[in-house]
Design a protein around this ligand. Sequence first.
Ligand code: ATR
Length: 276
Amino acid sequence: MQINGKTTLYAIVGNPVSHSLSPAMHNAAFQATGINGAYVPAPSADIAKTVASLRELGFGGASVTVPHKEAVMASTDILDPVAEKIGAVNTLAFRYEEGRSVCTGLNTDWIGSNKALSLHCELKGSRAVVLGAGGAAKAVAFGLLEAGAGSVVLANRTYEKAVQLAETVGCTAIAVEDLAHEQADILINTTSVGMSPHGEQSPIAASLLPSYSVVMDIVYAPLETRLLKEAKQAGCATVDGLDMLLYQGIEQFKIWTGVTPPAPVMRAALEEALSG
Ligand code: ATR
């Protein structure tokens, strides 16, 4: 990658961002496609000021992560209707015309989880159980409903939060204790349970896994979580946390450049960054 006077800059905006794998993934995509762009970390304590700075500096776009995905909406000029419906923006795209900047806010998280899952099963008409009730659960559940899933059920440690989210996205909530009575094709963990240094934990009993065809974990450290290990042993197809990150990133790159980047190159860059 050659940085010169014509290089367009992109950023990951969040707090913190030093642990982010996105720079490795997107810079590998710029390199592979030969597009003159570079992607840098932009730690932000004040999202409104950061977006103003990105405009001022002529950035092409940005990824937005915790804790700014909701607050950043106020700094956009155009809000994609799907991002508005989800209530979160993870992607900014800047256009510059007649001396002024136009900032569009979008959401690719739901596309990332749909794409990662659809490589293993048909989403239309499927039945899914989503563990968790935070921002990731919202994007995943929304995506499944958008893809025409037959049923989406949320189960969360704090039951009230599952009920609230289920109302917002238009699906069902159950108590964690009732997971044993649930029949579904797809299971997705959107909680942080099983994340290093608590890799010995799993969000669901292994005895419940054989009834699912596909199990996805959004945790990617470790890459093979206890949940995914036990799901494999139970005969399920498994989707690791890097795939959701990868496919939402591919969608961002397409939005910014109009070019579809090579998934294997980006996946390899993510794996290298994770192990490095
Ligand atoms: P994100 O926006 O990344 O989804 P979040 O909003 O902090 O993150 O949500 C984290 C989710 O993981 C929540 O559903 C949380 O459950 P609570 O609503 O009960 O807090 C869940 N979670 C985190 N740690 C957990 C644990 N040890 N056991 C079960 N669920 C846990």
